[in-house]
Design a protein around this ligand. Sequence first.
Ligand code: NAD
Length: 350
Amino acid sequence: MTVFDGMAQYGYGDLHFVRDERTKLRAIVAIHDTRRGPALGGCRCLVYATEEAALADVSRLARAMTFKAALAGLPHGGGKSVILAPDVEPDHYDREALFMRFGEFVEALGGRYISAEDSGTGLTEMELIRTKTKHVVGLRAENGGSGDPSPFTALGVRRGIEACVEVALGKKSLAGIHVAVQGVGNVGYNLCKELHRAGAKLTVSDVRDALAERAAREFNAEIVPASETHRITCDVYAPCALGGAINDRTVPQLRCTIVAGAANNQLASDENGVALHARGILYAPDYAINAGGLINVAQEVAGYDAEKSKLRTLKIYDTIHGIAERSKHQNTPPHRVADAMVAEILASSP
Ligand code: NAD
């Protein structure tokens, strides 16, 4: 696929490349959409097998950020950046110089792209970028930062689960609702905390035994092997580990009424979402339910206020409720309903 074919496939026209001999920086910034405001999205720093793989990654991710920000009602478009990490030992290049040079690059874009942390970057890298530009979030608290996004993501997922439970099961409370949480890392652990407090019954799994054991101990959860989580008879299956949990193999094996979790890219394909709907399983579209972390970090742009982040994250209930109701009335899979809602929001943006 050529660069321009790829841009056409993902539906945008704004792609920036930088190469710097001195620092070994090779980076791509994809600005997918700025109709609702500056493009906001994380900066990945990974070793990519090929340049094409990096380009596909940044293009796909920037587009997803547009969808997530639009449905969350944020005044932002979608963007993403990837730094093709030098494939050498970490002490063979100057990581500080590399990220500061990247900061200059972000600055040169004049605020059309706001960077944040992602795989392979964190607080340290965002602070390095900040030495060269103000268009970066995910900073230290003393610099106006919003801290760990996971509790906000988990709060939003809990609200999304509540909405699904009301629409699919007709219950207004999570008391006694059985949720199987796959992956109890940063978000999964906080989600268990939320659900336990609400009286839900929990089954958990993690490929890291110690994490599953911690959740079992603290939240009275039952542990199952990671590969079995989706086969548990339960009300809600909550994928909170990797993408692709809903795929050709797992869809026929599910024994739940609702799929609602934090993981990005849960559907391996569009057809898997259609198959879930055909089976009568309600799916909470990932980018709608897991927007709490983005909502929280976006608040840094206006001046961080945890209470405002929380109030906006609580509204994920309304978003998921609206998607689920529309899906039911139109007999359309929820992921397609969500995509259509994003198209409507963007079409009505200036
Ligand atoms: P994490 O790495 O802290 O947690 C993921 C956990 O899943 C780990 O403990 C890992 O051991 C476990 N795991 C991996 N494969 C597994 C498997 N097959 N079965 C069971 N457990 C498995 O990551 P996180 O920050 O908690 O994010 C979880 C998911 O949510 C990711 O898909 C991420 O992209 C998405 N997400 C996270 C946030 C956030 O605020 N952190 C926001 C939006 C979306």
